[in-house]
Design a protein around this ligand. Structure first.
Ligand code: SAM
Length: 216
């Protein structure tokens, strides 16, 4: 796909799928970020023609790149202003990490499948991102050595909210996480920790994410 074609498709994706929807994303920094990140660079060559469509796509190893709207919505809800340290669970192809890296200071992203993490690493370095730190492992336990985080984004669905992730959230921090036992019946939860450390959970919408895999 040439650069001009990708830019046009990306512009159309953002206008039609991200802004002009019922729950339309309004944060201009998130909108700009989606316009800047070349989504087709994160998928295999055979999938590139679908990269700007309104759906998840296969990235290999039985995993997917999330639907563009979901990436934008989950980024917006974290209310990032530029100086935050963000933990992401489920690097996948690295697209969501790149969007986060456009609106926050440092991104720490964990992926349980080694081959996906390696591929994401090479894509992100080719695109020149140097504020994304990748690790292979089970994200259920978070990244205690780098905690606490201003925000946490979970891109795969655990059966319950991992307590370790809540512990690694700063006072004043927020987390977005899909929770549920099966692909059907998952809820996206928005979790906040106030300055006194009190945690609140709010259901945002029903979603379908790949399940969180238990690592070794
Ligand atoms: C929907 S995909 C992520 C999409 C990704 N954010 C993107 O932009 O492509 C979910 C990812 O979570 C990963 N995953 C599943 N269980 C995990 C775990 N326990 N720890 C870390 N990553 C996990 C999967 O391998 C998969 O790559």
């Amino acid at each position: 796909m040439n650069e001009e074609m990708a830019k046009n498709l990306c512009q159309k994706m953002v206008e039609e799928q991200i802004i002009a929807t019922e729950r339309g994303v309004k944060d201009s920094r998130v909108i700009e970020a989606l316009l800047r990140v070349p989504r087709h660079c994160f998928v295999t060559e055979s999938q590139q023609k679908y990269a700007y469509e309104d759906r998840p796509l296969s990235i290999g190893a039985g995993q997917t790149i999330s639907q563009p709207f979901m990436v934008a919505f989950m980024t917006e809800i974290l209310a990032l202003e530029g100086e935050e340290r963000v933990l992401e669970i489920g690097t996948g192809c690295g697209y969501q990490s790149a969007v986060l890296a456009e609106v926050a200071k440092d991104i720490y992203s964990i992926e349980v499948i080694d081959s996906l993490s390696q591929k994401a690493k090479s894509t992100l370095s080719l695109l020149g991102y140097n504020n994304i730190h990748l690790k292979v492992g089970d994200g259920y336990g978070g990244w205690p050595e780098e905690a606490p985080f201003d925000a946490i984004l979970v891109a795969c669905a655990p059966v319950q909210v991992p307590e370790k992730l809540i512990e690694q959230l700063k006072p004043g921090g927020r987390m977005i996480v899909p929770v549920g036992e099966q692909v059907f019946g998952q809820e996206l939860l928005y979790i906040t920790k106030n300055l006194a450390g009190k945690v609140q959970r709010k259901k945002v919408m029903s979603v379908r994410f790949v399940p969180m895999i238990k690592g070794e």
